[in-house]
Design a protein around this ligand. Structure first.
Ligand code: BG6
Length: 483
């Protein structure tokens, strides 16, 4: 077997989000969150964009987060399976509304706090490091109703209190934190990223960038509090990454690709370098955006930058300035992209680009010179259970093996990477479509798009493969054919 390129202590594992796994959406004192209002079907996308007419679930729709995969009740069995694969880390998120049901309650909800205490204890029992995202696509609905969510500066202090409550409570248990999941998603799916609901005729850019500023300030306050309360912890940001390629070597295309990447880098430039980059200020000027900032913000952002760069990588993107080329668009983690003629796509149209993973990792490391943490990567695919009760997901093994191999190359390039938590190690609800059919897991969950199924768990072929990858610390990526 080849020698491993991964450092000792590399954090292999998986990543989940509260709203996509827990279910129990009103149990244990939890309040309603934005994600609880997202049904399956066509309506979902409209809502995610901020076109929301009801802040309560509506009869006749199916809401997949309400039960999800019932992780709230099954976490012990599920964690035992992760431990069987040899996980060193599990990324989870805390649901804000489990801790503060309205988002701004005086006192936290003890039942919610206790749930995560138990969850972290269960992980630590197996030596699995919890990696915790403070906000993964959910805002308590009460804050949307009362304040318009992140368009209001008030949210900064509510978030600070929420984050501080978590740091105080879990300071002995959690040493890896992240503030906002895929913070750049706010620009693409504003209701998902920031609970933003728009009225007709509003300047959406103005509202989005103002909300972004509030999240950036809130993020730096969380970094500050984390460093004060848990000095030996590391706290990072989280970017939906994936480099944008120019379609041709026409400088117009090159520039356009750079601009596209900067749309995302802007957030991390602030969180990691501590100030608004010149190109962002120019963007605000050119678009007549007037971002309200408090006098203390500049210093806050400067003094409390993140310790590492967390990112998700699923696909690269392609852009062009040629209107004809722009007609050949494909899907991909919400970011539209021109089809890349050199690459294959997943069943959901997401480009499959392992080399792009190495490119992205190098690009991020060159730019920020801070350790990276790959906190999401994986293939959403349809799985079939054979009559013998097996799932032979060679396509998933192939995707993951190629990506892990490129990550190893990035490490050889000198990129510092703390760990790799692949997305959805157990099948979960898809964030973009709400489907169960779009599966990422090493563990199959018996549930369909309509909510039918026994919720029974089943080890897929990739389960055994990933166990071997972890055991060999990334040296053995072979698909050895075991079931
Ligand atoms: C990321 C999110 O955008 O991609 C996750 O952080 C999401 O929440 C993941 O599930 C995969 O996307 P999808 O739409 O296939 O679930």
């Amino acid at each position: 077997m080849a020698k491993t390129k991964f450092p000792e202590g590399f954090l292999w594992g998986g990543a989940l989000a509260a709203n996509q796994v827990e279910g129990a959406y009103l149990e244990g004192g939890k309040g309603l969150t934005t994600v609880d209002l997202l049904p399956t079907g066509e309506k979902r996308f409209e809502l995610m964009l901020g076109k929301v007419d009801s802040l309560r679930p509506v009869e006749g729709f199916f809401y997949p987060s309400h039960e999800a995969i019932d992780f709230y009740h099954t976490y012990k069995e599920d964690i035992a399976l992760f431990a069987e694969m040899g996980f060193k880390a599990l990324r989870v998120s805390v649901s804000w509304a489990r801790i503060f049901p309205n988002g701004n309650d005086e006192q936290p909800n003890e039942e919610g706090l206790q749930f995560y205490d138990d969850l972290f204890d269960e992980l630590l029992k197996y030596g699995i490091e919890p990696v915790v995202t403070i906000a993964h696509f959910d805002v308590p609905v009460h804050l949307v109703e009362q304040y318009g969510s992140w368009r209001s500066r008030e949210l900064v202090k509510f978030f600070e209190k929420y984050a501080t409550t978590l740091f105080e409570r879990y300071k002995e248990k959690v040493k890896y934190w992240m503030t906002f999941n895929e913070i750049n998603m706010l620009l693409h799916l504003p209701f998902v990223g920031a609970g933003l609901v728009f009225k007709q005729g509003e300047d959406q850019n103005q509202i989005k960038y103002q909300a972004a500023h509030h999240q950036l300030v809130a993020s730096s306050l969380a970094v500050k509090a984390c460093h004060e309360i848990i000095p030996d912890a590391k706290i990072g940001c989280m970017l939906a990454a994936g480099s944008t390629y120019p379609y041709t070597c026409n400088p117009e295309d090159i520039y356009s690709a750079m601009e596209k990447d900067r749309e995302s880098f802007f957030f991390i430039d602030v969180q990691s370098r501590g100030e608004y980059p010149g190109y962002a200020k120019r963007f605000f000027r050119d678009h007549n955006l007037n971002i309200q900032m408090e006098p203390e913000d500049e210093e806050l952002l400067k003094n409390h930058t993140v310790d590492y760069i967390g990112f998700s990588y699923y696909a690269s993107r392609v852009t062009s300035t040629d209107p004809e080329v722009l007609k050949q668009m494909t899907g991909g983690n919400v970011f539209g992209s021109v089809e890349n003629p050199y690459l294959e796509k997943s069943e959901w149209g997401w480009t499959i680009d392992p080399k792009g993973f190495r490119i992205t990792a190098n690009q991020l490391y060159d730019r920020y010179q801070k350790p990276l943490f790959v906190v999401e990567n994986g293939l959403g695919a349809v799985d079939e259970v054979t009559p013998e009760g097996e799932v032979i997901d060679d396509y998933r093994i192939d995707y993951l093996a190629k990506h892990v191999a490129e990550m190893a190359e990035a490490i050889e390039d000198g990129v510092e990477i703390l760990g790799y938590t692949s997305w959805g190690p157990i099948d979960i609800v898809s964030a973009s479509t709400g489907e169960m059919k779009k599966r990422y897991g090493y563990i199959y969950v018996d549930k369909d798009n309509e909510g039918n199924g026994t919720l029974k768990r089943l080890r897929k072929k990739s389960f055994h493969w990933y166990k071997q990858v972890i055991q060999s610390n990334g040296a053995n990526l072979e698909n050895e054919g075991g079931k």
